[in-house]
Write a protein that binds this ligand. Structure first.
Ligand code: UD1
Length: 431
């Protein structure tokens, strides 16, 4: 298992490119199951979760080819036929987003057998809403031997209101409803940019979806979808992690290929903390992305934050923000409302010298504390990112074990950060 050895105390400086969004690429790949024609995706990030879903599609009998492009990968995927409707435990346990194949399999092939995701480092994370919604569309779903067994003899449009906002739940139902008979209305739907990106792809494939990006999505089912070509949106969480990386090291970074409009809550919070961020719009008449520039180095003040669904402060930035607050003056209260048990990084940050106490869903961070390098353990994707950030701010050497978690969602983060002045060495251990 790989480890990171980080030599801290070096301000970052330079330009860094943001990869495509993992959480947009995954549902886009699942959506390819809805047609027998090829779907071409660009800007697919080179991260492990994408490889996991590709292996799953392969098991189902889907053909895919990957080519390296200047920015991310080009993926051509074609689901001509179904060899097996089974998403096996071995793959689903590696990545619970594998459940995204459930809706498309049911809609196009009338059957799916998907392993229950099981325990997860950041809470129980049930999929009851995916199931309830698909049942509303007419699916028959049973649980046996750790698997969801789903069947449908043609799905029918229906109105469904989510009790809790669910990103992949909304995506699963949107994909299933795209091929259902009649109109489906999803209320209290997730409005994350990744949901909107999926709707854009589905519409290119011939679907009729309106309202994606808001809490009410309406989908008029069609009988067939066709091939399409689509470029995945930039990863707002990777971009956010780079903004915090500049802030925590007192550095200056220019982020290329980012989408600042997806980062409004984080940018507003960082500016209030005392981290100036400038956005330069693209040159008129070009398809360039806007450029984000962060110039840190001044004093930072501690500010409270509460995680919320989009457009609120993302739970996927909570751990990185906690690392930053260890370097701000004063006390901050970080409230996690989306997932229970998402403070596993706090005791690891404490090993580096942070002063953090946990009270249920609230973490109280007292800053500014000097951080000093130590051995720590990465426990989940975003927790690992917070440890890399803290390690870069710490004096001396930090060794992070189990960095495979970070490889699930960040494209060679150490290579990108080293290019802008970090000193992170990957130590690969052959098992
Ligand atoms: C997605 C993101 C993940 C992000 C999360 C919240 C992907 C692949 N992953 O995860 O990075 O942290 O959104 O922004 O896009 N819930 C239920 N029943 C369900 C489904 C969800 O109770 O059937 C609850 C969950 O336990 C959680 C909340 O709803 O408390 C939000 O979860 P959800 O939006 O579904 O997260 P994911 O889609 O798994």
């Amino acid at each position: 298992m790989d480890k990171f050895l980080i030599q801290g105390g070096r301000p970052l400086e330079g330009r860094v490119a943001v990869s495509g969004a993992k959480n947009a690429a995954l549902p886009a790949m699942a959506a390819t199951l809805l047609t027998d024609q090829p779907v071409i995706l660009h800007n697919v990030p080179r991260v492990r979760d994408i490889g996991t879903l590709r292996s799953l599609l392969d098991e189902l009998g889907v053909d895919s080819a990957v080519e390296h492009e200047e920015h991310g990968n080009r993926m051509e995927i074609q689901a001509r036929r179904l060899l097996s409707p089974v998403a096996p435990y071995e793959l689903v346990k590696q990545m619970r987003a594998s459940v995204l194949v459930l809706g498309p399999l049911l809609a196009r092939f009338g059957q799916a057998r998907v392993s229950l995701p099981g325990g997860c480092a950041i809470g129980t994370r049930p999929i009851n809403l995916h199931v309830k919604g698909l049942e509303m569309l007419g699916a028959l779903i049973k649980v046996a031997h750790g698997y969801l067994d789903a069947k449908a003899n043609g799905l029918r449009g229906a109105n469904f209101k989510f009790d809790t906002i669910s990103v992949t739940g909304t995506e699963n139902l949107m994909m299933a409803a795209a091929l259902a008979d009649g109109v489906t209305v999803l209320e209290n739907a997730a409005s994350e940019p990744e949901v909107e990106d999926l709707a854009n792809l589905l519409n290119k494939m011939g679907a009729c979806i309106e309202g994606a990006g808001t809490g009410r999505i309406s989908i008029r089912g069609v009988t067939r979808l066709h091939g399409a070509e689509h470029t995945i949106i930039p990863d707002r969480i990777e971009a956010g992690t780079f903004l915090v990386a500049a802030a925590i090291t007192g550095g200056q970074l220019v982020l290329e290929r980012s989408e600042p409009s997806h980062l409004t809550a984080l940018i507003a919070k960082l500016e209030e903390v005392g981290v100036p961020i400038h956005t330069t719009p693209p040159r008129p008449g070009t398809f360039d992305c806007p450029v984000l520039e962060v110039r840190a180095g001044g004093p930072m003040r501690a500010l409270d934050v509460t995680t919320q669904e989009y457009p609120g402060f993302p739970t996927d930035m909570q751990a990185q923000y906690m690392a930053l607050m260890t370097q701000a003056d004063g006390e901050s209260v970080i409230k996690e409302t989306i997932f229970e048990n998402r403070f596993v990084h706090a005791p690891e940050l404490a090993r580096l010298g942070a002063d953090i106490s946990i009270d249920g869903r609230r973490a109280i961070v007292r800053g500014k504390t000097a951080l000093t390098g130590a051995k720590v353990l990465a426990s989940d994707l975003r927790a690992s990112a917070s440890l890399v950030l803290a390690g870069m701010a710490a004096e001396g050497e930090t060794m992070i074990d189990r960095v495979y978690h970070i490889d699930r969602g960040y494209e060679r983060i150490e290579v990108k950060l080293n290019k802008v002045g970090a000193r992170i060495r990957r130590i690969s251990e052959v098992p």
